[in-house]
Design a protein around this ligand. Structure first.
Ligand SMILES: [Zn+2]
Length: 179
């Protein structure tokens, strides 16, 4: 494939090309887009917290449409303080009630340890303030995440919190018993 004319004179790293591709795709998206007339409150009153894994297409996997839910994603789908921050805003300002937590098989965090932080410190001379939140047992990690949501003092609704593991090979969810 030849380089498109409009990228001449720009950085030629893969990342830049990818971003150009995304912007072009947005042009096509916006050309067909019609204002759905929604406000910001999720239709299904639910927030989904999930791993950022590229193999997890949340909307497709859960039958979600535009406007249905909040999606909060990070490495591991870990319930960090920042996830609690988003859930707090989701519930208190935008009226969601349910929380769905989705971790998955073959997660990158299973192959990391907290040594990652020490290695970072050795390399850059500064220890990150955050925990890596690596884990060995994905089901136990889902339970811990459910517990963090349920015990947060900031949330209005902690009665409907359910946790799942998504299988990246079958596309199926397995619910995790919180006990
Ligand atoms: Zn993951």
């Amino acid at each position: 494939m030849s380089t498109p004319a409009h990228t001449e004179g720009r950085p030629t790293q893969a990342g830049s090309h990818v971003t150009d591709r995304l912007v072009e795709a947005n042009g096509r998206y916006a050309a067909k887009f019609t204002d759905p007339g929604m406000d910001a409150r999720p239709v299904l009153k639910v927030a989904v917290v999930a791993c950022m894994d590229a193999r997890l297409d949340l909307h497709a996997a859960l039958g979600l449409d535009l406007g249905d839910c909040h999606t909060i994603r990070n490495a591991g789908g870990v319930v960090t303080d920042d996830v609690i921050r988003s859930l707090t805003i989701s519930q208190r300002a935008l009226e969601t009630r349910g929380v769905v937590l989705i971790h998955h098989t073959n997660c990158g965090l299973e192959s990391l340890t907290e040594e990652f932080r020490q290695d970072l410190e050795a390399e850059v001379g500064q220890r990150p303030t955050w925990a890596v939140e690596s884990f060995r047992d994905v089901e136990q990690d889902v339970r811990q995440s459910m517990q963090r949501v349920r015990t947060s003092p900031f949330l209005l609704h902690t009665d409907d919190v359910r946790g799942f593991v998504f299988d990246v090979k079958t596309g199926a969810l397995t619910e995790i018993d919180p006990a």
